[in-house]
Design a protein around this ligand. Structure first.
Ligand code: NAD
Length: 260
């Protein structure tokens, strides 16, 4: 019997990339899903695909921009209204921003990255944690990055906000572990999603495939990560067997972040 049967998992940024990949893994394992994204068309396509993977689950799409507090409160309310509980929360939505040296960085883009990557993750925690406190249980996975552990050239707001996600993860774990809430973050390296494909286009607009190849050659495993590899890790961290790993920032990067 699946550990996710009768569980409800809320996933932000679920229309594509790492959010959708984890949603597929969790759908197959029997979780009911609340999928949240601001791309309505892609979200509806994701809903149809996820529902087709397992006829025993329900998939509720909620259109929301995670940088808007009222819309975050709304997706949490909708989840509780529809399913009664939130057993797991994959606080995943995020953007990269434009790549540029620190002093040249466009301030409006900088603020947008902060609004989505930092405030969006915070609002999610602010509204999901009280629901889990009432239940006396719940697992949360925030999405940091290797850029939440180390610097990444030309990505100052991304790196700053992902370090902030790591910090909020540690604090949530410290403050709410006593309420039965387990909070961790993942720190993916380069995983081939639409976001990373876009980053390679910024690095080498004429030949993004060459940028990808060059990047992969520096990884100890000599390839990029796959979204479903991340999905499996997220499923473990959201499951009811993840009971004593708390407040950790877990790299999933082929070992690259250990390299000097
Ligand atoms: P992606 O761009 O492929 O998908 C992100 C999804 O989030 C999209 O469906 C998008 O519409 C949605 N989204 C973005 N901003 C939103 C907002 N304000 N409100 C609601 N939905 C929003 O990106 P991805 O690669 O799947 O990245 C997902 C998360 O993983 C991000 O937080 C990213 O920083 C992080 N991450 C990714 C990688 C990687 O290699 N792919 C590495 C480290 C961290």
């Amino acid at each position: 019997m699946s550990t996710f049967e009768n569980n409800t998992i809320v996933i932000t940024g679920a229309a594509m990339g790492l959010g959708l990949a984890a949603a597929k893994v969790l759908a197959k394992k029997g979780a009911n899903l609340v999928i949240v994204d601001y791309n309505e068309k892609a979200l509806n396509e994701a809903q149809a695909e996820l529902a087709s993977l397992n006829e025993n689950i329900k998939v509720l799409p909620v259109v929301a921009d995670v940088s808007d507090e009222a819309q975050v409160k709304n997706y949490v309310d909708k989840a509780v209204e529809a399913f009664g509980t939130i057993d797991g929360f994959y606080n995943n939505a995020g953007i990269e921003g434009k790549q540029a040296p620190m002093v040249d960085y466009d301030i409006d883009v900088f603020k947008k990255v902060v609004d989505i990557n930092l405030m969006g993750v915070y609002y999610g925690l602010k509204y999901v944690i009280p629901v889990m406190q009432k239940q006396g249980k719940g697992n949360i996975v925030n999405v940091a990055s290797v850029g939440g552990i180390r610097g990444v050239l030309n990505q100052t707001p991304y790196v700053a906000t992902k370090h902030a996600v790591a910090g909020m993860t540690k604090n949530a774990a410290l403050e709410y572990g006593k309420d039965g809430i387990i909070t961790n973050a993942i720190a993916p390296g380069a995983i081939l999603t639409p976001m990373v494909a876009g980053a390679f286009k910024q690095v080498n607009p004429e030949d993004p495939a060459a940028a990808e190849k060059e990047y992969a050659s520096r990884n100890p495993i000599r390839r990029l990560g796959k979204p479903d590899e991340v999905g499996e890790l997220v499923a473990f961290l959201l499951s009811d067997v993840c009971t004593y790993v708390n407040g950790q920032i877990i790299a999933i990067d082929g070992g690259e972040s250990n390299m000097y």
